[in-house]
Design a protein around this ligand. Structure first.
Ligand code: GLN
Length: 275
C-alpha cells in the first residue's frame, strides 16, 4: 500500500485561509494535513523535510505592509532556524530539489513571487523576477472569475482541466513580469496555466472578467517543473456545491466544487511519483 501523503499548511502573521486549505487537502485524499505556525518552523520544532505538499495560504501577511507578502518573503528567505546553522530557505530549497509540491494561493502566490519561487526560470528559485501589485482599478476586488486553462502547461495541478470558475479577493493581484523578455519566456514555456477569461473561457483584459488588469490576463503561474504553482483565485473556496454563488438556482451543479480538482491532481501526482 502507498505510504501516507503529508501536507503542511503554513499559518501565522496574518494568514486567514489555512483551515479551508487544510480541508481541501483532506478532501483530496492527503492522509496527514498539519496547519503549522511559521514560528514553529523557525523554532525548529517542525521541519519541511517531513512533508510532501507545502501550502502557502491566503490572507494579509504582516498587514500587507511594504506591499503584500514582501515582509513575509524576507522573513522566509533570511530567518535562521533556532539552534541550527540552517535557514528556513535551505529547507525550502531542499523541498523544491526533492521534487515535492508547493502551492501558493493569493497571499501565498504573492509570497512565492516575492521570494523568487515563481516563475523561477533557469533553476533559480531565490531571485524575484516579477511582482504582484495593486489592481488597475485601485480597489480591493471580491468577485467570481472564469479561468482559461493552458492544456500545454507542465503544471501538475491543472492537468486534464479546460476551464475553472473560482473567486478572487485581493487588492494586489496584478501580475507584472520584470520585463518583456521574461513574459515571452514564461508564455513560450507555457508557465501560465491560468488566465482570467470570459464565461466561454476566452482570455480577456476587460474588467471585471479580468479583475485586476494582470499582464496577459495572468491569473496563475507555475515553474518549469510544473510542481510549484501560484494563483490569485482561491481554489479552497470552491470545494463544495454550496460554495457556488448560484447553487440555489443551478440544481445541476455537481457536489464537488471545481477548486478541489487542483488539490486532487496534486495528491494524485504525489502518490504516483513522489511518495
Ligand atoms: N485574499 C488574499 O490572500 C489577499 C491578498 C492580499 N492581502 C491582497 O489584498 O492583495
Amino acid at each position: 500500500m502507498a505510504k501516507e501523503i503529508r501536507a503542511i499548511v503554513i499559518a501565522g502573521n496574518g494568514t486567514n485561509c489555512e483551515r479551508e486549505v487544510a480541508h481541501a487537502c483532506r478532501l483530496a485524499g492527503a492522509e496527514v494535513v498539519d496547519i503549522v505556525h511559521i514560528a514553529e518552523l523557525l523554532a525548529g520544532r517542525v521541519r519541511l523535510d517531513d512533508f510532501h505538499f507545502l501550502n502557502l495560504a491566503g490572507g494579509f501577511l504582516d498587514g500587507d505592509d511594504l506591499g503584500s507578502a514582501k515582509a513575509g518573503a524576507n522573513r522566509l528567505l533570511h530567518a535562521r532556524v533556532a539552534d541550527s546553522e540552517e535557514h528556513l530557505a535551505d529547507q525550502l530549497q531542499r523541498f523544491v530539489a526533492d521534487g515535492k509540491l508547493v502551492m501558493g494561493v493569493c497571499n501565498g502566490f504573492q509570497l512565492m513571487v516575492k521570494m523568487g519561487l515563481l516563475p523561477a526560470l533557469d533553476g533559480n528559485y531565490q531571485q524575484q523576477t516579477a511582482t504582484l501589485t495593486f489592481n488597475d482599478g485601485g480597489r480591493f476586488e471580491d468577485r467570481w472569475t472564469y479561468l482559461a486553462v493552458d492544456p500545454d502547461s507542465p503544471c501538475v495541478y491543472t492537468r486534464g482541466l479546460q476551464g475553472i470558475y473560482l473567486p478572487v479577493r485581493h487588492g494586489e493581484g496584478k501580475f507584472v513580469p520584470g520585463d518583456d523578455a521574461l513574459l515571452e519566456r514564461i508564455e513560450s514555456a507555457h508557465l501560465v496555466p491560468l488566465r482570467y477569461a470570459t464565461a466561454d473561457y476566452q482570455p480577456t483584459m476587460t474588467f471585471p472578467e479580468n479583475p485586476n488588469g494582470s499582464v496577459a490576463a495572468i491569473a496563475g503561474v507555475c515553474d518549469p517543473s510544473g510542481r510549484l504553482f501560484g494563483l490569485m483565485p482561491h481554489p479552497e473556496a470552491y470545494v463544495h456545491r454550496t460554495h457556488h454563488p448560484r447553487w440555489t438556482r443551478e440544481p445541476e451543479l455537481p457536489e464537488e466544487g471545481m477548486g478541489l480538482w487542483l488539490y486532487r491532481n496534486a495528491v494524485e501526482f504525489l502518490r504516483s511519483e513522489v511518495v
